[in-house]
Ligand binder design. Structure first.
Ligand code: FAD
Length: 468
């Protein structure tokens, strides 16, 4: 057997049972859930404390071994896929909720805690962690910080960047930087946490965070609505922001062909909640605290919008079961998406007002590049975050590149972002120059060199160190 000095060092830190070497590294540490990538990491390690993460990073830094933080692997852009011969560091054992403070409204939680478990822990205490996304059952707090996750409720409570109050992280050389503060307002110097949030594990390993909670809403109203067109639907959103007295919590847009395809595929198990054929659809949710009045306020607000012709139709959930059925139109993607495999899923963003023109241009670009391509558009309207599912029934590198170029060119024309959710990872790295200027990329490289001079933290992700 070949000597494995680095593996032995890892074992001395965390114990042999938490180290995997070479060919024994589990598949879940080699690829993400998209399974688009498969690498051959040299080691996978599962530390149990910040001190162990620090010792691991000191050892990796000394040996010049690259390190990739692994969360729930739900990112799908290859951001959490380790390099060949590198180290995968999974935070899954560091999954404790240390404290929930219902006066300061904060949660002190380790990076390996699964989002849904953190949500449930808050709820038990009468508090609410608003971050919510389809991958809630697998995404981890560290991964959601690494990608600045958003999701269904950004329109009201913002994204992870708005929820991280305090942060603890381990830098490339093993230094632990910790500011596990509960203070919302703090103007003492640079907020280094913002560098790490959304940095896809390229600047440090997040080990623990203090998250902002909210009082747990006690009422929840959900409706599926249809409008004649995009502009009317966005006006509906703006009106509801006011008429629901700040309770509007989700506004999920679905283009007509998305609605038609998804609800057809869900038949006969799930009857279509409202006819297809309207201009555009949205899933609307409000959360509040007045059980006597909130339902009435919600119904009235929608009725007024119907009377004015801004809405063409509305179905309000009358029970939790109906609420689940309405959400399923938007979240139960498998029946509709599986027959479209292989497909490419995009998560782009732009000014909300630019969305229809973007969709038109993206469709025109796609038609020109791959005439038989079909696409479905949907998204989180509040944060300008739009998904496109693009397919032509086959997939090779040239087709994928043609899809990417068609979509990202359209994004670039509107000054938008090529990633609003899943990150740049490896998948979008070749296109980062379409969304960031050369000067911005140079600044990113300067920051990276200052914090990780040996370039061991998640290399080959987000941008290259040489100007492209
Ligand atoms: C069905 C589905 C729905 C989704 N919906 C949304 C959505 O609505 N909004 C949204 O924003 N995203 C969404 N996503 C994308 C994905 O869930 C998010 O990007 C999520 O934040 C990733 O978390 P993760 O734990 O799976 O991270 P991973 O995929 O494991 O990692 C993502 C990145 O974070 C880094 N990372 C992981 N842990 C750490 C750590 N401890 N310290 C530093 N860096 C770390 C990784 O190296 C990688 O670069 C969805 C994904 C799926 C599959």
């Amino acid at each position: 057997m070949m000597a494995d000095r680095f593996g032995d060092e890892l074992a001395a830190i965390v114990g042999e049972k938490h180290v995997q070497r070479g060919d024994t590294v589990d598949e879940r540490y080699r690829t993400d859930i998209s399974r688009k990538y498969a690498t051959a990491p040299g080691w996978a390690v599962r530390p149990g404390s910040t001190a162990e993460v620090s010792a691991i990073m000191r050892a990796a830094h000394a040996a010049g071994i690259s390190v990739t933080a692994i969360g729930g692997q739900s990112g799908t852009s290859g951001a959490a896929v380790p390099s060949d011969g590198g180290l995968a560091i999974s935070l899954e054992r560091m999954n404790r909720v240390h404290a929930i403070d219902t006066l300061s409204m904060t949660m002190d939680v380790e990076a390996g805690c699964i989002l849904q478990i953190a949500q449930e822990a808050a709820e038990v205490q009468g508090a609410f962690l608003p971050l919510d996304l389809g991958a809630r059952g697998s995404a981890m707090i560290g991964g959601t910080i690494g990608t600045n996750a958003g999701g269904n409720r950004v329109v009201r409570w913002g994204m992870m960047r708005d929820m991280v109050i305090g942060l603890e992280a381990v830098l490339a050389d093993g230094t632990v930087v910790s500011s596990l503060t509960k203070m919302l307002k703090d103007n003492a110097g640079y907020h280094w946490k913002h560098l790490l949030i959304g940095s896809e594990g390229t600047l440090g390993i997040v080990t623990r965070a203090v998250l902002r909670l909210r009082p747990l809403p006690t009422t929840r109203q959900t409706a599926l609505v249809a409008a004649p067109g995009f502009e009317q639907m966005i006006r509906v959103m703006r009106r509801l922001e006011v008429s629901l007295s700040g309770q509007l919590s989700s506004f999920e847009l679905m283009w007509a062909d998305f609605y038609e395809t998804l609800t057809t595929a869900q038949l006969p198990q799930r009857p279509r909640p409202m006819p297809s054929g309207y201009g555009i659809y949205a899933l609307v949710e409000a959360m509040g605290g007045n059980e006597a009045l909130d339902g009435q306020m919600f119904e009235q607000a929608l009725a007024v919008l119907m009377e004015e012709g801004l809405l063409s139709d509305a179905v309000i959930a009358q029970s939790d079961q109906q609420r689940e059925a309405l959400w399923a139109v938007r979240e139960d993607l498998s029946p509709g998406f599986t027959p479209r495999r292989p497909f490419v899923a995009y998560d782009v963003s732009m000014a909300i007002a630019d969305m229809p023109a973007f969709v038109d241009l993206a469709l025109a670009n796609l038609k020109q590049a791959v005439p038989d391509a079909t696409s479905l558009f949907y998204g989180h309207a509040g944060d300008g975050n739009l998904h496109a599912n693009v397919s032509n029934g086959t997939m090779d590198a040239a087709t994928k590149a043609a899809f990417d170029t068609a979509i990202f060119r359209a994004v670039s024309s509107f000054g938008g972002s090529i990633s609003a959710e899943h990150g740049i990872g490896m998948d979008r790295l070749p296109y980062i120059g379409m969304t960031r200027t050369a000067e911005e990329l140079d600044l990113m490289r300067t920051i990276k060199r200052a914090i990780d001079p040996k370039g061991i933290l998640n290399p080959g992700k987000v941008f290259t160190m040489d100007a492209q």
